[in-house]
Design a protein. Structure first.
Ligand code: AMP
Length: 459
């Protein structure tokens, strides 16, 4: 029985598909990126967590359809395109491609469908029309706005009231004649140099919140199982989605379970593009590796914050080295073959504890601790069983077995190594040693072997 923490009820609940009659089918929607810049490791934190969750659910025989939107139009995109003098569509195409490449490098391959906002303008206009008709929306000089005071459940996710909505910190649509401070745009009239589509109200473009409900209604209908995103989206974004869709359909809840990831922070401040405290996924991978980032994120609970530091990276690398050493040991012909005899622990005990942790709101840190416990019991466990178990859990963790990439050796190091070999042949040990020191300074080690030196990067 899987329990998940639901932001809507603020409780852990047993996972039961909305449409129980249709078996273990789950429809999941996670808010995707706004593609105006490179994705950073804060984004990776959220998308890695959902990748692991989806893969775990699939391992438990759930048939998950994972839908993610791509915001390819909003104020930030328009401003960035203007600043960089690029056509907005070229800008978003470039960063969407980069985002998908980052996801691939991180082995995030559980998304069933990526849906670009601007491909659903017809659906967005359709939803706006319905909200106007039902008088949940009104038209003013600069667009069509949602009237939050008309929706009586407003604030049920974030526990804010209509009046508190004005404390929103992100992406508020300002307009002087709005009826409530927290009212948000469904359709904005475009300025002459802005992208625009024709609508019954005039040339314009969608507001931010409506793209998600238009996309989810198209693929899932008025209700679905799970909605996810990072915790900053609870308010106003997810609150707005609930207000829109439940007002349109009259059905509630829009999503049965609401899952929110904790932030990746730096010195306890959210990593974000606007604060400038970010490291792009690409830079992190080049400096360390995709595997290190996967592990660094997934060994933490998806709801907990992760405070990023060089030390945390170092620690993750050391733990991965221990995992590698353990896997090597398990594959070795002399490792133990004991089969759960009296006095010897059976792998099943560990599996049970691992399962219990994962079923309890995907408590990965507790589950990962079981792996480290297995390492300590290595001499009394059956190596083949342990290896099988690790293979099984790596279907959703994807950080245990990772193909070894051969380090690219710079030409400068190859030249130095050859020079050093020549000195060694001449038995000029002093010169050979000087070169060895020079190589060490450059971060490379020459391990001498019969067939020649082995060049290794110093970690
Ligand atoms: P954005 O591109 O800003 O729309 O963000 C896309 C997704 O990444 C949203 O779910 C964000 O909440 C999430 N996100 C952005 N920054 C972080 C962070 N520092 N930690 C965790 N999730 C983040």
């Amino acid at each position: 029985m899987i329990k998940i923490y639901n932001t809507l009820s603020r409780k852990k609940e047993t996972l039961k598909p909305l449409d129980n009659a249709r078996g273990k089918k789950l429809k999941l929607f996670v808010c995707g990126p706004t593609v105006y810049d490179s994705a950073h490791i804060g984004h990776a934190r959220t998308y890695l967590a959902f990748d692991m969750i989806v893969k775990y659910l699939k391992e438990k025989d759930y048939d998950v359809f994972y839908l993610q939107n791509i915001t390819d139009l909003d104020d930030k995109i328009i401003n960035r395109a203007r600043e960089s003098k690029i056509f907005w569509k070229d800008l978003t195409k470039k960063f969407e491609k980069a985002y998908l490449q980052d996801m691939k490098a991180l082995k995030i391959n559980s998304v069933s469908k990526y849906a670009r906002a601007t491909d659903y303008i017809k659906e967005i206009i359709g939803q706006t029309k319905k909200l106007l008709k039902k008088e949940f929306a009104y038209q003013i000089e600069d667009g069509v706005y949602y009237n939050i005071s008309k929706f009586k459940d407003y604030g049920k996710l974030s526990h804010r009231t209509v009046l508190q909505a004005e404390d929103a910190v992100s992406r508020i649509d300002e307009a002087k004649d709005k009826r409530n401070k927290g009212d948000f745009a469904l359709w904005k009239f475009s300025k002459s140099d802005e992208p625009s589509w024709s609508s019954p109200w005039g040339q314009g473009r969608p507001g931010w919140h409506i793209e998600d409900t238009a996309i989810t209604e198209k693929f899932f209908g008025a209700q679905y199982d799970i909605h996810g995103g990072a915790r900053d989206l609870i308010f106003p974004h997810h609150e707005a989605e609930i207000s829109q869709m439940e007002a349109i359909s009259g059905k509630k809840p829009l999503a049965k379970y609401w899952l929110h990831t904790g932030f990746l922070t730096v010195n306890n401040q959210k990593m974000s593009k606007s604060l400038g405290n970010f490291i792009t996924i690409n830079d992190f991978i080049n400096k360390h590796s995709a595997r290190v980032l996967r592990f660094l994120v997934l060994k933490n609970h998806y709801r907990s914050p992760i405070d990023y530091s060089e030390n945390a990276v170092l620690q993750a690398k050391r733990e991965l080295e221990r995992i590698d050493e353990f896997v090597g040991y398990l594959g070795c012909p002399t490792s133990p073959k004991i089969k759960g005899d009296v006095g010897h622990p059976d792998i099943k005990q560990f599996q049970k504890r691992f399962e219990a942790a994962m079923e309890d709101d995907f408590n990965a840190p507790k589950a990962v601790a079981v792996i480290f416990e297995l390492m300590r019991q290595r001499d009394v466990l059956n190596a083949k069983d342990v290896l099988e178990f690790l293979k099984q859990i790596d279907k959703f963790f994807n950080f245990i077995f990772w193909p070894k990439v051969k380090e690219k050796i710079p030409q400068e190091i190859i030249n130095l190594a050859e020079k050093r070999e020549n000195y060694r042949k001449e038995k000029n040990w002093q010169k050979a040693d000087e070169i060895r020191k020079e190589m060490t300074k450059l971060g490379w080690l020459a391990e001498d072997a019969k067939e020649g030196p082995n060049l290794k990067k110093i970690k």
